[in-house]
Design a protein around this ligand. Structure first.
Ligand SMILES: [Zn+2]
Length: 92
């Protein structure tokens, strides 16, 4: 069991959170102009890196607010958490 730092509540047990997929996926500026293939790529295709990855999480059993996190997909360790209105931190 690990603690996840909610940006609003502080550290809480991981069972209180749910994963929400890749962070920073921008909605298309003109969705009606997309082909079916482009639309499918937007909806279904996501990066799947080995290492640091920007993700969306929700504190579903706490404040129920969404936030972003930089998590290592190999170790599962959270390196940064930040509110959705904050910019993505540098991950060097
Ligand atoms: Zn919270």
């Amino acid at each position: 069991m690990q603690l996840i730092q909610c940006p609003y509540c502080g550290p809480r047990e991981e069972v209180e959170f749910h994963y929400g997929g890749e962070a920073h996926v921008k909605y298309p500026e003109d969705p009606s102009a997309l082909s079916d293939e482009e639309w499918a790529r937007y909806v279904f295709f996501r990066d799947n890196p080995r290492g640091l990855f920007a993700e969306q999480w929700v504190h579903s059993l706490g404040c129920r607010r969404w936030f972003n996190a930089i998590r290592d997909t190999v170790t599962y360790r959270f390196h940064h958490v930040y509110r959705v209105d904050e910019t993505k931190p540098e991950t060097t």
